[in-house]
Design a protein around this ligand. Sequence first.
Ligand SMILES: Nc1ncnc2c1ncn2[C@@H]1O[C@H](COP(=O)(O)OP(=O)(O)OP(=O)(O)O)[C@@H](O)[C@H]1O
Length: 344
Amino acid sequence: MGILTLRGVTVRYGTTTVIDDLDWAVGAATAPVSALLGPSGCGKSTLLRAIAGLTSLSAGTVAWDGVDLAPVPVHRRDFGVVFQDGQLFSGRTVAANIAYGLARRRWPRTRISQRVEEMLELVQLPGIGERRVTALSGGQAQRVALARALAPRPRLLLLDEPLAALDARLREDLAFAIGDIVRAAETPTVVVTHDRAEAAMLADSISVMRAGEIVQTAPAQRLWHRPADDWVAGFLGASLIVDASVTGSVLHTPFGQAAAQAVEGLPAQGPCRVALRPESLWAAPAEAGRADGTITHAAVLPGGTRLRVATDAGEVEAMAAEPYAAGEPVRLRLDPRQIAVIGR
Ligand SMILES: Nc1ncnc2c1ncn2[C@@H]1O[C@H](COP(=O)(O)OP(=O)(O)OP(=O)(O)O)[C@@H](O)[C@H]1O
């Protein structure tokens, strides 16, 4: 498996710098699928296009196994690209779409039809080669787009928001499926997404992007528990970031305490900064006149009740297993597994 290396990559549109002196590497055996995760407009698609050779660099290098790709045009980079809406050739059959890049590379005809069948098996759509692409569902069309991109055995696959045009249920099914497919094809892959769940379902390593820079690269578990800074924590879903401290074996926060050993990444003693998500705090009925706060808002969701609770230390988001109504007093308990500690 080869490695893509970016050094000092800079892309400017006029006087606006969209990608700023960025270093990155993709394709290590331990992390064959890398996600670029960031908010709208942070430069994810621009970076992907720069890697593909579709956008030129203002400075820096993109190299494959140490060889600078600057003189290599898009169609000679041997990279497969899939965009949001697949961009299949609508007047052709599924098989003709998958065969397209193979014919251009002058594969022999028998080898092409064999490869088309192989690819349809890989994306779990055997036997649909003769269908018109206009007769496919959105999810099937994206699988065919993936088959078309992987057919010529590219050395790198670039996916730009491949699930964005699909509805929620299908997105989840296909997120796991795409991860399986690209791993089975043993093709290092970069996937651009703004959705953290999608990044975690697809990728082995997630790089968080903000305003043209990569601010943190880590596997999902580490990212959720050790966000590099307040911004990353907020982007990943923290509803509140607070100063806290470890004394003895206890983590003290303004919203309660937890056993320090149960929280990943805390300092042995002293001050720290923690990020709380709604799932970090669980509400239970007030008991014997003891309450930590009063509910101001409640919404019953499929996974539990989402609450906003007014406490002496301010308002917090919390969850409850049972339904509650505004005005009810509650106690709050911290779930140590759902607390993120800020800083690498
Ligand atoms: N061809 C262009 N000319 C001028 N500005 C551009 C061009 N392409 C993109 N931009 C600007 O560059 C910035 C980054 O855009 P880009 O599409 O890379 O972001 P993104 O993170 O992929 O966002 P989204 O998820 O919304 O697609 C945006 O501010 C965008 O308006």
